[in-house]
Every structure is written in C-alpha cells, then in structure tokens.
Design a protein around this ligand. Sequence first.
Ligand code: FAD
Ligand code: DHB
Length: 384
Amino acid sequence: MRTQVGIIGAGPAGLLLSHLLHLRGISSVVLEKRSREYVERRVRAGVLEQGTVDTLVEAGVGERMSREGLPHHGIELRYGGAGHRIPFEKLVPGRAITVYGQQEVVKDLIAARLAAGGDVRFEVEDVAVHSLESEPYVTFGGERLDCDVIAGCDGFHGVSRPSVPEGVLSVFEREYPFAWLGILARVAPSSEELIYARTERGFALHSMRSPTVSRFYLQVPADARLEDWPDERIWAELKERLETVPGFELATGEITERGITPMRAFVTEPMQYGHLYLAGDAAHIVPPTGAKGLNLAVADVRVLTEALAAYFRDGSAELLDGYSEACLKRVWRAQHFSWWMTTLLHTFEEDDPYARRLQLSYLDYVTSSEAAATTLAENYVGLP
Ligand code: FAD
Ligand code: DHB
C-alpha cells in the first residue's frame, strides 16, 4: 500500500492534517490505535483560539462549531475574595475565544474525512515507523504502508518521537508537583465566563461546554487517585475554591466524566528528523492552564500543510526543512505563557509566605494594570 503522507494518530493534529492535505489534493492514510468511539468520547480541551476557529471554518469543518460553540469575550480571575474580569473586547479588540469541546472538533473532522472517502483506520495494532532517512514506511497489524513523508501526530505517548535515533533530539521538560482533576457535569454553568480561581487550597477552574453542561478542574496532588475523590468531595472542594465572592453560588449536578491529568511541560527540538515530522503533543506539551495545547497542534498542522503543499507541488523542500524552526517560536511563547499562568494561579507546597505575597502582588498587578492585563489577553486569545 502506498500514500503520500502516512499519519500516525487520529487526534486533532492527525485528522486536521489529513483533511487539509485532502483539500490540496495530497493523499494520506491515518492510523489510530484506539477505536473511533474512544477518540470521539475523549474529553479534553475546550478553548479554541480565533486562529483555530478560522482554520476550521476555512477548511469547511466549522459549521457545527459556528452553531454550537460559545464565543467568549473575557475571563475572570478570582482571588482574595473578589473577581476581576479581563475584558478581551477592550484589550484585544476583535479577538475572542470559542468554547467548543475538543471531542466535538474530532467528531467533525472524522465525519468530514469519511464523507470525502478519506482513509482513517481505527484500532490498528503495533504501529511502527521505519527508514526515516529515505523511503520511509509504516508497519501495522501485519501490513506495510509506503509513503513519501510520515507525520507523527500520535501525542505525547506515541511511537513516532521515540523512533528517532538517540542523540538527535534535544528535550526540554518540567514536571509540576500537582495534577488537574477534571470533571464534566450535567448542570448549567454558574457563570457566563470562565473563572480561573486562585485560593490557599489550590487552583480551580470553572469552564463549560453548553448551556446545560459544565466543565471543572481542581488542582490536586500529583499522586491523587480518582477513588479518593467521590462526587461529594469534588463538589465540596469546588465550592470551597469558587464560592469565594459575595453572592456566588455553585450549582451542582450529575458528574458524567472524570479524569486526572498530570501537569507537565515538554518540548523536543527539532520537531523533525529525515522524512518524519512531529506535530502537536508528539512534539510538545504545555500545562493546561493557558489552554494552549490543542491550539498549538492546529498551528503546527497549518505550517506543515503549507510545507507539504510546496513539496508535492514543485518538489521544493525549503519549507519542510524550516518546519521545526517555523513552529518553535510559537511553541516557546506558549510554553512561557502556560508556565506563567500556572505559576500565577496554583499553590506550590514549597512556597513560603513571602512567595505567596509575591503571587498575590502579581495578580493585583495583572488585574489593575492595563498593560499587564493586555499581556494576558493577547496571549490567551492567541498570537496571530
Ligand atoms: P492527541 O489528541 O493526544 O492525539 C494523538 C492520537 O494518537 C490519539 O488519538 C492516540 O490514541 C493516538 N496514538 C497514540 N499512540 C499511537 C500509536 N502508537 N499508534 C497509533 N495511534 C496512536 N488544549 C487547548 O488548546 N485548550 C484547552 O483548553 C486544553 N485543555 C486541556 C485539558 C485537559 C484535561 C487535557 C488533558 C488537555 C488539554 N489541552 C488543551 C491539550 C490538548 O487536549 C492536546 O494538546 C491535544 O489533544 C493535542 O492534540 P494531538 O492531536 O497532538 O494529540
Ligand atoms: C478548559 C481547559 C483548559 O485547560 C483551560 O485553560 C480552560 C478551559 C476546558 O476544558 O474547558
């Protein structure tokens, strides 16, 4: 079997790449180890930058997102007994974010690929990439797929990145001493906008998916286990951390999904080797506080699509050669922003009273200085 681009992984990166390549007349095969049901149900990100929304709309897969996505023009930072709004419409006019679940993006992309006769294979076993320096190919479940190029879109735990010979890639990483416990609940959001709450008990985030479904996250210890967090404890802790301003009451409901995500940062440089190009979480991870992971994956795929289009159109490898460099600038900006938001809002056990005062002082600065708030806003809605 032969295709132009062999794509490993049917997350947002792999599916969008396959779709954008199809629009340019470039063939691809997507190989995913999980089932279609599994990837369509995997609850993760929810915040789409304007650039991500524009990409999906331009690619013709934004119809349901435009109908069901929730545009947001600000977020609230809540700490010290008060809420402080960061108004995007004032600080970054014309730019906003859209709240729309990652698994909805994945569903829309899978539907588009299948409607166009795309080759997306689920539950494939033993995917391995070979001969990355020349004439690359992929093996899976006893089959062989020859391709011109392999796109490693298989996330942080995938097989693509570990296939690069040792010593080629430099890795930069940081593990945070806490995790996020995330839930989805059948209850109307208690706030119109996202609330990022900093308390002495730890961070909490109130997000949403629709007028009847809310999404919440709690900072928990890195070794926290779901079995130690029954529903009552989750709601009690969310109330402790969110009901900190006068008159705010958190509505509760049935919890329909729960999970614990470790917090880590990771970058590999370069994001390519031979005919293998890494995109999305396969190449970099950010702590979720800045809501950047999915948006970075989309940004990588935009760059890779242009580079592959030039390569297959007139054989020019110039853009492909510069792929990694073109992506890493944005990647590192997002790394810094995610680290900054994480540091601003979480409690660190090693922090002494002095460090806590510094954190509160910085929060006061961000919420009172227009220049500082603009820094937050322009990074949050996404750099052009
Ligand atoms: P993935 O979505 O991980 O997709 C990789 C795919 O490859 C998967 O389907 C996997 O099954 C498959 N795969 C893995 N190994 C193999 C193999 N060996 N063979 C075949 N297939 C394989 N980002 C944001 O932008 N905004 C947010 O608000 C946000 N919130 C988040 C909240 C949480 C709780 C989490 C966990 C993440 C969040 N993120 C957020 C990050 C975002 O979800 C990821 O950055 C995004 O999923 C990256 O997409 P991807 O396609 O690169 O990787
Ligand atoms: C969501 C996730 C995030 O990481 C974030 O910063 C904001 C919202 C969400 O899943 O809704």
